[in-house]
Write a protein that binds this ligand. Sequence first.
Ligand code: FAD
Length: 389
Amino acid sequence: MPRYDVVVVGAGPAGLMAAYKAASLGASVLVVEKERSLAVKPCAEGLSKQTLVTAELGESSFFIYNEVRGAYVYPPDESKRVLLVEEGNEGFIVDKKRMLQVMAARAAEKGVDLWMRSLVKDLLWCNGRVSGVVVEVEGSFVKVEAGMVLGCDGVGSTVARKAGFDMEGYEVIPTVQYIVVNCKIEEQDKAHFYLGNEVAPKGYAWIFPKGDGVANVGIGVRGKPAKSYLDKFIKQHPGMFSKAKVVEVKGAPVPIGGMVKELVKPGVAICGDAAGQVIPLTGGGIHSSITAGKIAGELAARAVLEAAPQLMEEYPKLYEDPWGKRIYNSLKALRAIEALSDDELNKLAEIITGEDIVDLARGLNIQRVAMKFIKHPLFAMKLAKKLLS
Ligand SMILES: Cc1cc2nc3c(=O)[nH]c(=O)nc-3n(C[C@H](O)[C@H](O)[C@H](O)COP(=O)(O)OP(=O)(O)OC[C@H]3O[C@@H](n4cnc5c(N)ncnc54)[C@H](O)[C@@H]3O)c2cc1C
């Protein structure tokens, strides 16, 4: 039976970061990925500059499409848009497949093995502890022994399910995204977010320009069919899309219910989308997943190499501040905002600033924003109270 110090399930941002960090500390590492290629799942491919710093990646033109200096948020009537700018933490629209290829290449340089088209079906157990994985490779089942298994296998994680993690509160929303060419987007250096119960019930639509008239245009909704809302959104914006053509259609769920309570069990931990480590209000999860992979990868290597399994218990503690807190606060903001009617969202656009939205979306300083709403009769109960609870 093959044996590795660390087996990482899933070659997404969390898994490739975890593998690289674990191998950098001298652990033998296997990454198992079910798909034929990296980045099969759709993604709007937007990330902050700080994400690349956390990922220890340079700002390479190999995977950066477009530099983004802020975003516009549009209320339902689109009468007034709010500009979000975060000085010093501008962002990029990237080619995620290429970015993951770079992450895979540097992991390979550290000696990481990568099995593509290999599906983890089950876990191995020894004395109540996870001790490996069962992988389906080209119709055969291969058992792989592991000192530590990291479940970085995204939404619906097999590792989380088989290991019996408590997934209470884990909630996903459906999304659909098109790659659209020949768009006429006025400010290609801004991301664009559209809110409203008619536009995207309990969610939002987004346009992430990639440059040269190409954009990722998508929508996330709750309890409604996402595709018909996206088609309607595109039809209602002929200025941008009358001559545009859709060249790719993909959909995938995003976990927006917040982080699960349990991240570690004997011999196994979960990271990224598998653990709900996504900022609920934005659905952004690349940065938070890479951070989790980084922490868990390092600890897993040390736990195995130093024969100190208790080290894994540090992972939830190290993740909590600031990421766990940010996810929790952003969930509160999501719950408060999704309860607003279109009229209320239009009125909110008149009093909210870009800084307020950045703070809410990132789950930072939400008390400051709440204190601002408390003075406003319409929003005191509906927003401020929920944010302060
Ligand atoms: C439409 C859409 C747009 C998004 N846009 C953005 C954005 O612009 N910015 C942002 O920050 N976030 C965005 N996100 C969220 C972001 O994509 C995720 O949060 C992030 O990719 C999570 O990384 P991960 O490594 O945890 O999981 P994933 O990226 O989902 O990777 C999990 C990997 O595990 C593999 N896998 C699953 N099960 C198994 C198994 N049993 N055996 C082997 N392999 C397995 C999968 O094939 C996959 O490669 C978006 C999500 C969607 C759906």
